[in-house]
Design a protein around this ligand. Sequence first.
Ligand code: SAM
Ligand code: SF4
Ligand code: SF4
Length: 337
Amino acid sequence: MNQTVLDALERPLRDLRISVTDKCNFRCTYCMPAEIFGPDYTFLPKGQLLSFEEIERLAKIFVKDLGVKKLRITGGEPLMRKDLPILIKKLRAINGVEDIAMTTNASLLPKHAKDLKDAGLDRVSVSLDSLSDEVFGKINGRGVRVQTVLDGIEAASQFGLKVKLNMVVKRGINHKDVVPMAKFFREKGHILRFIEYMDVGNSNKWKLDDVYTKKQIIEDIHNVMPLEPIQANYTGEVATRYRYVGSEDEIGVISSVSDSFCSSCNRARLSAEGQLYTCLFAAKGHDLRTLLRSDLTDIALADKIKGIWNVRRDRYSEERENNPINKQKVEMSHIGG
Ligand code: SAM
Ligand code: SF4
Ligand code: SF4
């Protein structure tokens, strides 16, 4: 039975994001800057990662006892985890899961899209920040070309995965790419979502001045292709939706900085080593791996997790201005956005 468990601010839990690795083949400047995530950086050893069986056990508990309906696989780059379709198949078999999505940089999709679809993956959100090789190569920190990502998108579509795009917009770096990206993906028939550059983690040296806000993004597009706002698809949807006037084509903007949405936040995040985070900007997680590897029953484990959710009061984005600028926060590559 799918239950509803409320946190201290009366928010249910509906969406579980599962990071399957902290490794990535990109070094995006806003996420894993190469000067910090260099050749000597130590990633999690295999024994510290949750196994697919452990992830499956937790996902079952989250769905059956805590009310989760949607699962999202993320990373690091999730396709760096070997045999990922095996995990997808296990998750698909869980009663009550309505949707399984994955966030990916798409570089490995040509190799894996078919197996992922066959295993039961519903959709992918592909990250791409520019259509210029020069700009994109600098942002991804590895000189990866735009065509590599477009090939991944093509493979996903070809095998029947639904595709949306995510573009992180950073002022002075790629804000001029907002309109070309909007035009390109409107023509391709894919929904593009613009993400305000966020102060996740401590590695990216975030500054408020670097944020290109929802208002600016919408104005830029509206000047060329008029937009009108549309209703959210469901409570807790983080993207504000807009439609190009006179059509059904739409875009979304995720405005964690300029217009936060903590009051409807129904997400929990599980890191690759089994730490549960109740906020993207949390300093610390809750160690579920130790609990999983103890002799707790599923019922006892569910009670522990309910206890964590019941006392949740996170609303970092609404309180951003009151937080010290150097507050210790978990890195994005640990919990996957
Ligand atoms: N590697 C995969 C990818 O890039 O799609 C999945 C993990 S990545 C951490 C998830 C999403 O977070 C990506 O869309 C990425 O662009 C976004 N992201 C990373 N750092 C960010 C930041 N500082 N602000 C806003 N979005 C960020
Ligand atoms: Fe890797 Fe995704 Fe982070 Fe870029 S945003 S460094 S692709 S995990
Ligand atoms: Fe949710 Fe934390 Fe983001 Fe607010 S800041 S929307 S509580 S993840």
